[in-house]
Design a binder for this molecule. Structure first.
Ligand SMILES: CC(C)(COP(=O)(O)OP(=O)(O)OC[C@H]1O[C@@H](n2cnc3c(N)ncnc32)[C@H](O)[C@@H]1OP(=O)(O)O)[C@@H](O)C(=O)NCCC(=O)NCCS
Length: 389
C-alpha cells in the first residue's frame, strides 16, 4: 500500500504525493514486468523461472539489451565480443592497484567504472551502435574488476580472464584462482540471471535519470553503482550475511530475530517495495542454497536462513514482508566461497545488463527527467547582513 502524504503549501494549496514515489509511473518500458501481488517476474515477457532453468547470463544479457533472444550465431558473436572486452585496460589496472585495499568494494568498483569512461573516445556519441558497444564492454569487464578488487584486498595479484570459461565460471576462477566445477558455475550463472533486471528499482531509475541528460554511459552506470551500494538496495545481501554471522548459531536465531522485531529493527533480506508475497527469485535461490548445503555438508547457514524465514512468516507475513532476492543469495554466495565484501559487487556484475538495457531504452525515446516537489519552506525572508546574524 503506497504511503500517501498530504501537505498544505505556503499558499494554502493541498497536495498529495506518494512517499518514495511508490506506485508513481515515471515512463513506459518493455524490459521488465513484475506482478508484486502474485510474485511473478518477467524479463521481456519470459517468466524468470524459465530463464533460470534454460538460459545463461550471456543469453539473458543479449535478450535484455536487444529485445529478442539471440540465434545461435548472434549468441556466439555476442559471447566472442564479451570475451574480447574482458580485460581491464592496463592504465586502469595500474590505478586500481594504487587504491586503498580496505576501501569499500562498491566504492572501488564505482571509481574504476568512472575511470574507464576516460578511455572511451566517443563517449558523447549517443548512437545505438556506440551505446551498445560501451554497454557490452562494461558487461564484459565487470567480473574482472570485481575479482581484481577482491584479490588485491587479499594481497594477491589479479588473475587474467580465461577465454575457455563462460562468464560465471570465469568470475569464480578469477576470484579463487581455481576453475570451478560445472555445478558451482551453473549456480552462479543462475544467480546472475536472477539479479540482472528488476524494473524501476532505485539504481536502474538512477541510471535512466542520469542518461536522460544525454551525458555519457559511464556516468549513468557509475551513479547506478553508487545507488546499488545502499543497504536498502543491493547492499542488503551483505547485511544478511552480517545478520547470520551476528546470530552465530541455529539455536540463537529465535531470540535474536524476535528481539530485533520487538525493537523495530529491519531484518535485512526481507520486505520489498513491489512484492507483497515471496519474491520468485528468493524461491529459486532457496533451493540452490539447500542443495549447496547438502553438497558442502555445511548446513548451518541454510538452516539458519530457513529458521529466520519461518519466524518472519509467522510474525510479519501477514504484513506482506517476505524474503527478497538478497536473503538466500547471501548463503548461496557463502557456499560458493565468496567473501562478504564482494556480495554486492557480484550483484552489480549481474545488474549491469539491466542498467545497460534501460540506458539504451531511455536514449531511444529520451525526455529529460525533471520531477517537482512541494515547497514547504519559507518565502520572502529578508536577507540579514552577516554582521547581524
Ligand atoms: C526493501 C524495503 C526498503 C522496502 O521498504 P518500503 O516499501 O519503503 O517499506 P517501509 O520501509 O516503509 O516498511 C513498511 C513497514 O514494514 C516494515 N518492514 C519493512 N521491511 C522490513 C524488514 N525487512 N524487517 C522488518 N520490518 C520491515 C517497516 O518497519 C514498516 O513498518 P511500520 O509501518 O510499522 O513503520 C524494506 O522492506 C527494507 O528496508 N528491507 C530490508 C532491506 C532489504 O532487504 N533490501 C533489499 C530489497 S530487494
Amino acid at each position: 500500500m503506497a504511503k500517501n502524504r498530504e501537505v498544505v503549501d505556503k499558499f494554502g494549496k493541498r497536495h498529495t504525493f506518494s512517499e518514495g514515489m511508490e506506485g508513481v509511473v515515471a515512463t513506459s518500458s518493455e524490459i521488465c514486468f513484475i506482478n508484486g501481488a502474485e510474485g511473478r517476474l518477467f524479463y521481456r515477457g519470459i517468466p524468470i523461472e524459465d530463464l533460470a532453468e534454460n538460459s545463461t547470463f550471456e543469453e539473458t544479457s543479449y535478450f535484455l539489451l536487444y529485445g529478442e533472444l539471440p540465434t545461435q550465431k548472434e549468441l556466439h558473436d555476442f559471447d566472442t565480443r564479451l570475451k574480447k572486452y574482458r580485460a581491464i585496460p592496463d592504465p586502469v589496472l595500474e590505478i586500481l592497484k594504487q587504491m586503498p585495499r580496505k576501501a569499500n568494494t562498491m566504492q572501488i568498483l564505482r571509481t574504476v567504472v568512472s575511470l574507464m569512461g576516460l578511455y572511451e573516445e566517443k563517449s558523447d556519441e549517443h548512437s545505438v551502435s556506440e551505446t551498445s558497444r560501451e554497454a557490452e564492454k562494461l558487461i564484459a569487464v565487470f567480473p574482472t574488476i570485481v575479482a581484481a578488487i577482491q584479490r588485491l584486498r587479499e594481497g594477491k595479484e589479479p588473475i587474467s580472464p580465461d577465454k575457455s570459461l563462460g562468464h560465471a565460471a570465469n568470475l569464480i576462477y578469477m576470484v579463487n584462482g581455481e576453475k570451478p566445477d560445472a555445478y558451482a558455475a551453473r549456480v552462479l550463472d543462475v544467480c546472475l540471471i536472477l539479479h540482472a533486471e528488476h524494473g524501476f528499482n532505485a539504481s536502474t531509475f538512477t541510471s535512466r535519470v542520469v542518461i536522460s541528460t544525454l551525458t555519457d554511459v559511464h556516468s549513468a552506470i557509475t551513479a547506478a553503482i553508487g545507488s546499488l551500494r545502499g543497504p536498502l538496495h543491493g547492499g542488503a545481501n551483505e547485511g544478511v550475511m552480517h545478520l547470520l554471522n551476528e546470530i552465530g548459531s541455529l539455536e540463537a536465531v529465535d531470540e535474536v530475530i524476535r528481539l530485533k522485531l520487538k525493537t523495530k529493527a529491519k531484518i535485512m533480506g526481507f520486505g520489498h517495495r513491489v512484492y507483497k508475497v515471496l519474491d520468485p527469485r528468493a524461491k529459486i535461490l532457496s533451493q540452490y542454497s539447500e542443495r549447496l548445503a547438502e553438497i558442502t555438508g555445511k548446513q548451518k547457514y541454510y538452516a539458519m536462513s530457513k529458521k529466520i524465514e519461518e519466524i518472519m512468516e509467522n510474525e510479519v507475513g501477514d504484513r506482506g514482508i517476505y524474503p527478497n532476492v538478497d536473503f538466500f543469495s547471501a548463503s548461496v554466495y557463502h557456499y560458493l566461497g565468496f567473501n562478504l565484501e564482494i556480495y554486492t559487487p557480484i550483484f552489480a556484475v549481474s545488474r549491469i545488463s539491466g542498467w545497460a538495457a534501460h540506458v539504451m531504452e531511455q536514449l531511444r525515446e529520451n525526455r529529460l527527467f525533471r520531477p517537482s516537489s512541494v515547497y514547504l519552506g519559507d518565502i520572502d525572508r529578508t536577507y540579514p547582513k552577516i554582521s547581524d546574524r
